[in-house]
Design a protein around this ligand. Structure first.
Ligand code: GLA
Length: 735
């Protein structure tokens, strides 16, 4: 990226123009006559805004006029920053409030602004953070004078990234309670419909397909109603120019820093404008606000790129690596782990675990993770969630005894928990049948034989937190896998009154964040990895608390090329767990070579998830070699700058390169799906290297110029079999 200038916020009080500058982008707003906060421009950096994109005034039929003296002005035809419904704008509103008199008409006008260095925290919500030298924040107040209510719009620009962090707070200073029916985190009104949109739909075991669709004169919606960000959609949404590619063209992207139900929509209007708004899912949501109270939306991160999707991703990765992930693991080398789930499922005892652990230790794996089945009487998925005490039938010396033995075998110890859940067959449920989300008198629908604990209830949270504290303090545990294996149904909380029932799902999220905040602060050295049946909650909200996410329960190398590609659109490699598992693969039945499984997993946080005691000596040597190799390159796998080179959704090839910050070394990963007879040669153009440097390529025992590698490309050896793969470490050498 060629961005050296720094971010800035310029306010021209005379004209009412707010100009936000990132290193390569500008975002311009203006207070229009009447006090309407309009959106004028988001795109490539402008040195100064002098009025070329000002609002056009024109009399349009069926677009009413807030000022009857001026038929050329209608909110329906004006690009707005935080639009309301009910007074001439018929497009999708950014928010909706039901006032005490039953009406939903709002009229918020510009009142004031402040600018500050750095970035204020969002109380109780995950959000990007920045020091005073790293960002600036503009806060604009809009006011509805009739209701005595203000909306504060927050915009943070970062000095080093073309990213904008936005959120809104609704502050009640009026007389009677009212109900928020919708409150988006961000709205952007483009005066163009020359876009396609990209989103990341999927399913359990098939997360984050990358799908690109044209926009029509209609509303495109990407959403979750599941009480979590979900496998089925990700809270990522991008508009791209039709000519945009991986390496060129304009991209505008949104990512919601939230782990619950969300909505992102793009509506093309009658005059070829496109309105995007992103935020909490309004379906099944409402929030009563009393006088003196504030409601704050989650944060939306907006990223602009003038150089295609690749640059968009690098901006997200940098932002999340520097300004979202926190704690002692922020920049720390992530360990190679082995997890016993696919090796044993629920069927293990201490002896079996120690056999796996000692064999894994021989392969120089660093961390053993004990998965589901160690607590209560959990021999299958029908019981014990909520009872976080060890099952002594399986582990007679407790978690502590096992952890100490694993440590003696030469590895750190980690453990699986699913704290948000409760089994009907559990001591916790028998003691507190009302501690789950439910609606009195109605069926409690189970999913994977479990119910969801009511994290909106402080008593429930305190109880779970206490059990987790006891677990973590009672044994040398250095890693926690925090799972969540179902979506919400019968969303109701007995601790909330009738008129607040629709607050339950959001209060649950706030409660969950509260527990995660406390636990991660109290155990700062523990590496937390979040999980929801794999990647059902792979979102920036989770990454704020837990620096890693289990990317997918699907560990097949071929499936993983797509899952990791789609995930990498927004999320950095250091956030992704990637494991080598058994063949035939447990999810898709496919048999791929150990090399391919290793190479694909080695581009993120490498782990193993298979019964190593059943492998041959030759396979164990191969695994040990993979682990050794990975340790040499993992600074690139985890923290290198990513360039995607071949798209597995479009071609048989998958290729990525991760480059060190000084561009003196890089890690290239390639996998070819199916071989063909008499196949064409494959050549891949690398990216991110120094054109004038010479690099040795270890896998080829050759050296080439960076310019050759990037502009002419590199030959992939002839594809001789399915799933052929390569992992090459490039190092700058003296020319
Ligand atoms: C989820 C996780 C798996 C495993 C199981 C255990 O499906 O994604 O990795 O931990 O739960 O029940």
């Amino acid at each position: 990226m060629t961005m050296t200038q720094s971010a800035a916020i310029h306010v021209e009080e005379k004209t009412g123009v707010f100009h936000l500058q990132g290193p390569g982008m500008s975002y311009v707003m203006k207070v229009q006559e009447g006090g309407y906060l309009t959106h004028l421009y988001w795109g490539r950096r402008l040195s100064r805004y002098r009025g070329s994109a000002d609002v056009r005034y024109e009399d349009r039929g069926f677009s009413g006029n807030p000022n009857k003296e001026d038929r050329t002005f209608s909110l329906d035809t004006t690009p707005l920053e935080y639009p309301a419904y009910g007074n001439t704008d018929y497009r999708d509103p950014a928010f909706e409030i039901e006032w005490a008199d039953g009406s939903r008409v709002s009229d918020f006008r510009y009142k004031s602004y402040t600018v500050q260095k750095g970035k204020p925290a969002l109380d109780g919500l995950p959000a990007s953070y920045a020091g005073e030298a790293e960002a600036e924040t503009l806060i604009i107040e809009l006011r509805d004078e009739l209701q005595q209510v203000s909306i504060f719009l927050r915009y943070t620009v970062f000095h080093a990234s073309d990213a904008l962090a936005r959120s809104a707070s609704i502050v009640h200073e009026g007389g009677e309670p009212f109900v928020i029916q919708k409150a988006s985190s961000a709205n952007v009104d483009f005066r163009s419909r020359a876009f396609e949109y990209i989103h990341l739909p999927g399913a359990h075991n098939r997360e984050r397909d990358m799908v690109r669709t044209p926009l029509g004169q209609s509303r495109a919606v990407v959403e979750s109603r599941r009480g979590s960000s979900s496998h089925q959609q990700n809270p990522f949404f991008a508009l791209v120019r039709p000519d945009a590619t991986e390496t060129s063209g304009e991209v505008f992207a949104w990512n919601l820093v939230y782990s619950g139900s969300f909505l992102a929509s793009a509506e093309v209007d009658q005059f070829d404008g496109t309105r995007v708004n992103v935020g909490i899912q309004p379906f099944g949501f409402s929030w009563e606000l009393s006088p003196g109270e504030t409601f704050t939306t989650p944060e939306a991160v907006l990223v602009y790129s003038s150089e295609g999707l690749g640059q968009m991703s690098r901006t997200f990765h940098h932002l999340y690596g520097e300004h979202l992930v926190r704690g002692s693991w922020k920049h720390r080398t992530r360990p190679v782990l082995i997890n016993n789930w696919e090796a044993t499922y629920f069927d293990f005892d201490e002896k079996k675990i120690l056999e796996i652990a000692s064999r894994a230790a021989e392969a120089e794996i660093e961390l053993f993770v004990l998965d589901d089945g160690w607590f209560g009487r959990r021999d299958d998925d029908r019981s014990s969630l909520g009872d976080w005490t060890v099952d002594e039938r399986k582990l007679p010396d407790g978690v502590q005894g096992l952890a100490e033995k694993v440590k003696e075998a030469g590895m750190d110890f980690g453990i699986w928990v699913e704290p948000e859940m409760i089994s009907v067959d559990s001591d916790l449920y028998r003691a507190h049948p009302d501690w789950c989300l439910h609606v009195p008198g109605r069926r409690r629908s189970e999913s994977r034989n479990q119910l969801v604990l009511d994290f909106a209830n402080p008593e429930v949270r305190a109880h779970i937190l206490e059990q987790l504290r006891t677990l973590l303090a009672g044994a040398p545990i250095s890693y926690v896998k925090w799972d969540m294996n179902r979506n919400m149904t019968e969303i109701g909380s007995p601790v909330l009154p009738a008129h607040r029932q629709q607050e339950t799902a959001h209060r649950y999220m706030l409660g969950l964040y509260d527990v995660m905040e406390k636990l991660t602060q109290e155990f700062p050295e523990v590496l937390f990895e979040s999980c929801s049946g794999g990647g059902g909650r792979f979102d920036p909200g989770m990454l704020y608390y837990m620096p890693q996410t289990w990317t997918s329960d699907n560990t097949d190398a071929v499936s993983r090329t797509r899952i990791q590609y789609g995930t990498s659109l927004a999320y950095p490699s250091a956030a992704m767990g990637a494991h080598v598992s058994d063949v035939p693969n447990h999810q898709v039945g496919r048999t791929t070579p150990l090399a391919a499984r290793g190479h694909v997993a080695m581009e993120a946080n490498l782990g193993y998830e298979l019964d190593v005691t059943k492998l041959s000596d030759a396979e164990m040597v191969e695994i040990r070699d993979q682990v050794r190799r990975y340790k040499e390159v993992r600074h690139l796998s985890q923290y290198g700058t990513l360039y995607r080179l071949a798209d597995p959704f479009q071609t048989e090839s998958y290729a990525t390169i991760r480059v060190s910050s000084d561009r003196s070394e890089a890690l290239f990963v390639y996998m070819h799906r199916l071989a063909e007879a008499n196949a064409p040669f494959v050549r891949v153009k690398l990216d991110g290297l120094k054109p004038d440097a010479v690099y040795s390529v270890d896998g080829l025992d050759r050296a080439f110029g960076g310019d050759e590698l990037m502009y002419a490309g590199i030959d992939i050896p002839v594809i001789e079999h399915d799933f052929q793969s390569h992992l090459w470490h490039l190092k700058e050498v003296k020319a």
